[in-house]
Design a protein around this ligand. Structure first.
Ligand SMILES: [Ca+2]
Ligand SMILES: [Ca+2]
Ligand SMILES: [Ca+2]
Ligand SMILES: [Ca+2]
Length: 356
C-alpha cells in the first residue's frame, strides 16, 4: 500500500508535493498499533485478507490514528477509484469525469450544489460498504473452510499464525492440547489486540463464534456502531498521554518517537503537525472547547454521518469554486480534476505549466 501510494505521488504536481511528503512521513512515523504486522504482510494479499485493514475507504481516520489523505477522492469516486489511479488516457478520464459530473448534478441544471454533492458522497460511501461486504465473503470463506458459517477464535488464531509462517497443523494440534505456543513478542502483541477485537465483534448473546456478518464488523469496524466505538477507543488509547480518555490538541499532534533528525525531517513534521492541528480545530472538536472527546471523534469517523458529508461537500466545492457561486460547474471540476480524481487532465496540465 505504502509503495503504491508513493508511486502514485510521482505523477502529481507541485500542489501535491506536501501531500507526497505527508504520505512518505506516514510510512515512517506510524504509531505502534497494527503497523508492525501490516508492514510485514504487505506483499501477500492472501494474508491480508483475513486481517483487519489499517486503511478503511471512506473513513476519515485510519486505524493507526493518521488522517486519511485520500478521503475526499474516495467519497467522490466510490468504487471507480482504481480506474483513475491507473495512468489511463487523459481523454478517457475526461469523459469519465464528465459522466460523473452529470450524475452528481441531480437536478440537471448544469451546476453541483452542496446538497447534490452531499447526496453523492453518501451514495459513494454506500458503494465502499458494499465493496467491503463483497470482499468479506471471500475472507470469511478463507477462515471458515468447512463452511458451517461460524468461526471460533481458535480457528482464526490458527489461520492467522499460519499466515505468519507457522505450521498450520502443528499450531492447531498445540492449541487443541492446550500447549504453550512459542511466538515472538511482536506477534503475541498483535494476537492480543486481534483477540480483543474478535470478542468485540461477537454480537450479544456472545457465543464466542463469529458468523459472516460479525466477521465483517471484525474486519470493517465502520459497519457497526459498536465496533466504531471500539475503534475510537483504541485510537484515543494510542494518542492519550495523561490517561483522561480525551485528547488535547497537543496529544493529537504529538509526533511518534524518533522522527526529527534533520531540517528536512523537521519541515515534514511541521506539515504533518499543521494538517492535524487544522483538522482538530476546524472539524473534530465540534464544540470548540479545545478537547476532543470520544463522542466527538466517533461522530467525526462515522462514514454514515450526513452532517459530515455536507461539510465535506462544502469543502470540496470551496477548493474548485473559481467563480465563487458556491456551486461547481463542469469547467471547475475539470480544471481541478487532480484534486477530485488524483489524475490530471492533459489540457489543464498545459495551462498549469504556463502559469509558472
Ligand atoms: Ca444541480
Ligand atoms: Ca488526554
Ligand atoms: Ca470538544
Ligand atoms: Ca462555481
Amino acid at each position: 500500500m505504502a509503495n503504491q501510494r508513493r508511486a502514485r505521488c510521482g505523477h502529481l504536481w507541485t500542489a501535491s508535493l506536501a501531500l507526497c511528503v505527508l504520505l512518505v512521513v506516514k510510512v515512517h512515523t506510524r504509531p505502534a498499533n497494527m503497523s508492525a504486522l501490516k508492514d510485514k504482510n504487505q506483499d501477500s494479499k492472501e494474508d491480508n485478507e483475513i486481517l483487519p485493514p489499517d486503511h478503511l475507504n471512506g473513513v476519515k481516520m485510519e486505524m493507526d490514528g493518521h488522517l486519511n489523505k485520500d478521503f475526499h477522492q474516495e467519497v467522490f469516486l466510490g468504487k471507480d477509484m482504481e480506474e483513475f489511479e491507473e495512468d489511463s488516457e487523459p481523454r478517457r478520464n475526461r469523459k469519465k469525469l464528465i459522466d460523473i459530473f452529470t450524475k452528481v448534478d441531480f437536478n440537471k441544471d448544469g451546476s453541483v450544489s452542496a446538497k447534490e454533492m452531499q447526496r453523492w458522497i453518501m451514495q459513494k460511501t454506500e458503494e465502499h460498504f458494499q465493496e467491503a461486504v463483497r470482499e468479506n465473503k471471500n475472507s470469511f470463506r478463507a477462515v471458515d473452510p468447512d463452511g458451517d458459517g461460524h468461526v471460533t477464535w481458535d480457528e482464526y488464531r490458527v489461520k492467522f499464525l499460519a499466515s505468519k509462517g507457522f505450521n498450520e497443523k502443528e499450531v492447531a494440534e498445540k492449541i487443541k492440547n492446550n500447549e504453550e505456543l512459542k511466538v515472538d513478542e511482536e506477534t503475541q502483541e498483535v494476537l492480543e489486540s486481534l483477540k480483543d477485537r474478535w470478542f468485540q465483534a461477537d454480537n450479544p448473546p456472545a457465543d464466542q463464534l463469529l458468523n459472516e456478518e460479525e466477521f465483517l464488523s471484525f474486519l470493517h469496524p465502520e459497519h457497526s456502531r459498536g465496533m466504531l466505538k471500539y475503534m475510537v477507543k483504541e485510537i484515543v488509547r494510542d494518542l492519550d498521554q495523561d490517561g483522561d480518555k480525551r485528547l488535547t490538541l497537543s496529544e493529537f499532534i504529538s509526533l511518534p518517537m524518533g522522527t526529527v533528525e534533520n531540517q528536512q525531517a523537521q519541515d515534514i513534521d511541521d506539515d504533518w503537525v499543521r494538517e492535524r492541528k487544522k483538522e482538530f480545530e476546524d472539524v473534530i472538536d465540534a464544540n470548540r472547547d479545545g478537547i476532543v472527546t470520544m463522542e466527538e471523534l466517533e461522530e467525526y469517523m462515522d462514514p454514515m454521518n450526513e452532517y459530515n458529508a455536507l461539510n465535506e461537500a462544502r469543502q470540496m466545492i470551496a477548493v474548485a469554486d473559481e467563480n465563487q457561486n458556491r456551486n461547481l460547474e463542469l469547467e471547475e471540476i475539470l480544471k481541478y480534476s487532480e484534486y477530485f480524481t488524483g489524475s490530471k487532465l492533459m489540457d489543464y496540465a498545459r495551462n498549469v505549466h504556463e502559469e509558472f
